[in-house]
Design a protein around this ligand. Structure first.
Ligand code: HEM
Length: 186
């Protein structure tokens, strides 16, 4: 009988792959997964969504959405940020809230992914493109460092309004700070 080398190769490859897969599983069992910032902000435990009766939402996402929504209100009440958010604020002044809802979702998705959520996805613009008026006409002007500081201040107040513990606000602040160089474009 002719020896089937192809079959032997396939069997050996299969053995290597399953051995690698097993050893990875063993590693996972030995090393407890590290708690993410998203976990500490509430994590993926499902709770009922107060904004959508009958729907469930992850506790971490709910907390981050509350922070995003409060932050948007703080931004709207911060005169130094008006120039940047002018397109949005003009729409809101005319009674059109639809893009507030879009920004709330985008910010919530972005913060969920950035803090380590396993289930969230962010489909918006890159941070560089989102904050470049030439690529995103919704950005009223290029941000300077002061604009960035004022935005961070709005996030901090938004988080405080939702009773996020100070140490977690500090960690969110550190995360945001890593994006200063791409967001500040003047
Ligand atoms: C690290 C800090 C920041 C983060 C994580 C962030 C995040 C985001 C996200 C996720 C979007 C939505 C992008 C899209 O529509 O695809 C956005 C839009 C925007 N951001 Fe930021 N941002 C930051 C800083 C700033 C700063 C400093 C300013 C202004 C001073 C600013 C002004 C805006 C404006 C005006 C928009 C458009 C809002 C609209 O759609 O009407 N952002 N940002």
């Amino acid at each position: 009988m002719k020896f089937n080398w192809n079959l032997l190769t396939i069997l050996m490859l299969g053995a290597v792959i399953s051995f690698t897969a097993c050893s990875k599983d063993d590693d996972d069992m030995d090393m407890p997964e590290e708690e993410t910032l998203y976990d500490r902000l509430g994590g993926n435990q499902m709770v009922s969504d107060p904004a959508n009766p009958g729907m469930m939402i992850e506790q971490g996402r709910l907390n981050l959405r509350s922070v995003a929504d409060s932050t948007i209100f703080v931004i709207a009440a911060t005169p130094s940020l008006e120039v940047y958010f002018a397109p949005l604020l003009e729409e809101v002044g005319a009674g059109n809230l639809s893009n507030i809802a879009v920004l709330s979702k985008d910010l919530t998705d972005f913060f969920s992914v950035a803090t380590g959520s396993e289930n969230a996805t962010y489909n918006g613009l890159s941070m560089e493109a989102a904050h470049d008026p030439e690529r995103n006409p919704r950005m009223g002007a290029k941000s300077d460092n002061q604009g960035f500081d004022d935005f961070v201040g709005a996030v901090v107040v938004g988080a405080q309004q939702n009773n996020v513990p100070n140490e977690l606000i500090g960690e969110v602040g550190e995360l945001i700070e890593t994006l200063r160089d791409v967001v500040v474009q003047r």
